[in-house]
Ligand binder design. Structure first.
Ligand code: GAP
Length: 431
């Protein structure tokens, strides 16, 4: 990583930890490598991103998408049929003197070939067992993708929702991969969250829907507030394609160390439904009333990473500027996405001001995420709100008691304006 980018990476990680976005997991025990917990602001931010994702899909009148929330532990038959048991692996070598394990394509320079074992396939799924007796029948796996929960529910959703293709099914939640080289903070972890859609369509419309999803998802990342220059599309070469895909285009973000994948849009064809139909013996076809034929729909899959998106947003929103010869740091989150949208800052802890602040919070909190902040000087409180990305602060001062007005400070411009308390809801609804 270049020095300036390394500095940015370190600053973002530091502030994310210091301000309660992300903590090292098990930190009181020294931490667990590459495992992270989301703190109060991280949870708010993560929820805002996933709600924004769902809102964008649910409110698009051009498509119909149904949500599911499927189990992390499924029958092992699912992973046999999906190909994950056989294919979801990386070739690995062990370095005999140190016991370190490396992916074949990531062996560090300078290691003596004599010291390396022959490459072996290493499955990335976490294995565990259910029930009191451990034997081969009790073996199960933590899901490595949310996608399979969708395919095994295709018929359930089709039937209960009377769905007609084209339609999609969306699933969001944790996935687990025993990554050999996790790293770059929350970019690659063994436990992460995905936001996936399987969109079922007719084969003759696969290209139309593939392009639709690539464009729609790219627009979504931009609307989230990620600058266009930090985003790009990259098509997979043939030898990069996953075992189920005939075409994949990644949406990449320019992380401090270079371009990295945010989301993959893949054409999975009929691979998954056909495999599950064959393995389960259940009819997973769709009756097309237009042609009077049974077909296995083609699948276009936009598969995004929620935790990766959160990190991309932290990196692209981080800004430093100079104010009165001092450096101010802020996250420039969009108003809809910011963990706290409005900070309410009474100038003093006097009861009258706290009372008005509480009234203002009551007025606003039905529509907005608000926080009353009473500690430290007003300057320090502005800095803290800037650092956590709060777009607006309302200052309640002694004049407020007479003129029933407050000062609203804009995070980015730092401009202040006086607004009547009675006009506050209008002010914020106009943003
Ligand atoms: N169902 C297809 C699928 O899972 P993928 O490209 O392996 O495709 C989709 O994963 C997205 O999930 C990635 O684009 C990335 O954002 C996220 N992701 C995958 N592995 C991850 C990891 N180890 N840590 C964090 N996010 C990950």
């Amino acid at each position: 990583m270049e020095e300036t980018n390394k500095e940015l990476f370190e600053k973002v990680v530091k502030i994310a930890q210091a301000r309660g976005f992300v903590f090292n997991a098990s930190s009181i025990y020294g931490g667990l490598r590459s495992s992270y917990d989301y703190g109060p602001l991280g949870v708010l931010l993560k929820n805002n991103i996933s709600n924004y994702w769902w809102k964008d899909i649910n409110q698009d009148n051009d498509i119909s998408v149904f949500p599911v929330d499927t189990a992390i532990i499924q029958s092992s038959e699912v992973w046999k049929a999906s190909g994950h048991l056989a294919e979801f692996s990386d070739p690995m070598v062990d370095h005999k003197p140190t016991g370190e394990r490396y992916r074949v394509d990531q062996i560090p320079e300078g290691l003596d070939k004599e010291d390396l074992t022959e490459p072996r396939q290493f499955n990335l799924m976490f294995e565990t067992s259910i029930g009191p007796v451990q034997n081969e029948n009790s073996n199960v796996y933590l899901r490595p993708e949310t996608a399979q929960g969708i395919f095994v529910n295709f018929e359930n959703v089709l039937r209960t929702m009377r769905a007609k293709i084209p339609f999609g099914i969306a699933n969001i939640g944790k996935s687990f991969r025993n990554e050999i080289t996790p790293g770059q903070f929350i970019f690659r972890t063994r436990e992460f969250e995905q936001m996936e859609i399987e969109f079922f369509c007719k084969e003759e419309e696969e290209n139309k829907w593939f392009d639709f999803w690539v464009n729609k998802r790219m627009d979504w990342y931009k609307s989230l507030g990620i600058p266009e220059d930090n985003l790009r599309l990259r098509e997979h070469s043939d030898n990069e394609l996953a075992h189920y895909a005939s075409k994949t285009v990644d949406i990449e973000f320019l992380y401090p160390w270079g371009w990295g994948e945010l989301e993959g849009v893949a054409n999975r064809g009929t691979f998954d439904l056909s495999s599950h139909e064959k393995s389960s013996g259940k009819d997973l076809s769709y009756f097309d009333p237009e042609s009077n034929e049974k077909i296995i729909p083609t699948v276009i899959e936009p598969a995004g990473g929620l935790t990766r998106t959160l990190f991309a947003l932290l990196c692209s929103s981080y800004v430093e500027d100079e104010v009165n010869d001092a450096t101010r740091t802020l996250f420039r989150f969009e108003f809809d996405i910011a963990p706290i949208q409005i900070g309410i800052l009474p100038l003093s802890k006097k009861d009258e001001l706290i009372e008005v602040s509480n009234d203002i919070k009551n007025l606003l909190q039905e529509s907005y995420r608000t926080e009353i902040d009473v500690t430290q000087s007003i300057g320090k409180r502005y800095r803290r709100q800037d650092e956590i990305g709060t777009p607006y602060c309302i200052t309640v001062d002694f004049e407020t008691l007479d003129d029933k007005s407050v000062t609203i400070r804009n995070r980015d411009s730092m401009e202040q304006e006086r607004v009547a308390i009675a006009d506050l809801l209008n002010f914020f609804s106009d943003i």
